[in-house]
Design a protein around this ligand. Structure first.
Ligand SMILES: NC(=O)c1ccc[n+]([C@@H]2O[C@H](COP(=O)([O-])OP(=O)(O)OC[C@H]3O[C@@H](n4cnc5c(N)ncnc54)[C@H](O)[C@@H]3O)[C@@H](O)[C@H]2O)c1
Length: 396
């Protein structure tokens, strides 16, 4: 059983608290912290949490607490993590880990130096659908993953600090690209080094300094491509979709607007429908189990079970650091309009042998290019000679 300090009681602090109290059930939130004492106290009362404060250091140093959960605006993650490292408490930090790669590295070094458990709360790789698809991909069901496309778009976030570049670190890329980049990394393989990025980003609608719309390509050392599409300008709710294509298979995942629950009401239902829903009349797409569908339940299971077993969780601060470094390269590429290198210091994955990667042998002499059953029932097999390079076909 763990005793937790929940630092932040906004949208994500609430989802985390609901996940921890309703599902794993073993752990207790002992203290909660918000910027205003009265909001912290109200939240504590709602969830039966014994103590509340507006002083983050006090909550983190609470003698009963062994685990700190950071659910604060992006610019405050570093401060909370450094306090947790100083107090030798396990620390779980929401996404994005930091507002830049160098800041994330500083946080990674601090937790490693302190020797504390650290987890990166990237919920979207833990949705039940994603976990199942990842397990299939890791068993080889898709062959070599060539292209992982991930989209997160909605009409924009719900608090002022997200819209202020100095406090958030950027716009839609840092806010939502972090999810998409890590989803692609998981499918392509975390041992494969992300090499370079190119990115388009623009501020199309809102009067802000950061981008409210972006598309990026992350090229991995083995030739695979991660593609992210993020927007704070999208109308119609929250669109969360992934498409993974490999040499032997494909996966399409739809996490939010089309989950199999569609409802029409002409009069409204008088309340909340789903995160970022734009209204409550007409055709609606409610989500039966928001906390489960967004991965929070499985994420905390992995975090606390790994802590209990003394092993690293699926997502650590190192992963958060790699993601922040990729995001930094995206901002450079958006400005330069070129491919920019990704500068991960101290790469912990493998090296890739790209020679003949992904090529399938047909026989001793040929690689297989393509097989197709034609309308008249014949099978066409298109081959390439391994020595001469000549392309030919056999019809059976
Ligand atoms: N899917 C996800 O994993 C997900 C979803 C939403 C937000 N987030 C992340 O969670 C973090 C918080 O986002 P949010 O949507 O909950 O924001 P929010 O604006 O809804 O809430 C922020 C919370 O931080 C508290 N806070 C602010 N300054 C503080 C201070 N100095 N001391 C103590 N408390 C302080 C506020 O009182 C509030 O409770 C962000 O990093 C965001 O990127 C993650």
């Amino acid at each position: 059983m763990h005793k937790i300090a929940m630092i932040g009681t906004g949208l994500i602090g609430r989802f985390y608290t609901m996940s921890l109290l309703n599902f794993r059930g073993k752990d207790e939130i002992k203290v909660v912290c918000a910027s205003k004492p009265e909001s912290a106290a109200k939240f504590a009362q709602e969830f039966g949490i014994p103590r509340s404060t507006a002083d983050m250091a006090e909550a983190i140093r609470d003698p009963e607490v062994d685990t700190v959960i950071v659910a604060l605006p992006n610019y405050l993650h570093k401060k909370a993590v450094l306090l947790a490292a100083e107090a030798s408490k396990a620390v779980l930090c929401t996404k994005p880990l930091a507002i830049s790669g160098p800041e994330a590295l500083e946080m990674l070094e601090a937790v490693e130096k302190a020797g504390i458990f650290h987890g990166y709360l990237e919920d979207l790789v833990y949705t039940p659908k994603t976990l199942k698809a990842l397990a299939a991909a890791q068993k080889g069901a898709l062959g070599k993953v060539l292209w992982a496309r991930s989209r997160e778009t909605h009409g924009g976030p719900h608090s002022d600090w997200f819209w202020t570049k100095e406090l958030s670190g950027g716009g839609a890329i840092v806010d939502m690209g972090c999810h998409c980049i890590e989803i692609a990394r998981n499918f392509i393989g975390k041992g494969i080094r992300p090499a370079e990025v190119t990115c388009w980003a623009d501020t199309q609608v809102h009067p802000i300094d950061a981008e409210d719309h972006a598309v990026g390509l992350v090229r991995y050392e083995n030739g695979a491509i991660g593609q992210f599409e993020v927007s704070w300008t999208f109308r119609g709710g929250m669109d969360l979709r992934d498409e993974i294509a490999g040499t032997d298979g494909t996966v399409w995942l739809n996490h939010w607007l089309r989950t199999g629950f569609e409802m029409f009401t002409g009069v409204g239902q008088g309340g909340y429908v789903a995160e970022k829903a734009e209204g409550d009349t007409g055709w609606l797409f409610p989500v039966g189990d928001e906390i489960g569908s967004l991965g929070y339940v499985e994420m905390f299971m992995d975090m606390f079970n790994s802590m209990d077993k003394g092993v690293a969780p699926m997502e650590t601060f190192y992963d958060g650091y790699v993601v922040n470094t990729i995001i930094d390269a995206c901002y450079k590429a958006a400005a330069s309009k070129k491919w920019e290198p990704i500068e991960v210091k101290e790469w912990r994955g493998g090296q890739v042998n790209t020679e003949n990667a992904g090529l399938k042998a047909y026989d001793e002499q040929h690689f297989l290019i393509k097989e197709e059953k034609m309308p008249e029932g014949k099978l066409k097999i298109i081959l390439k000679d391994k020595k001469t390079g000549k392309v030919s076909q056999i019809i059976k």
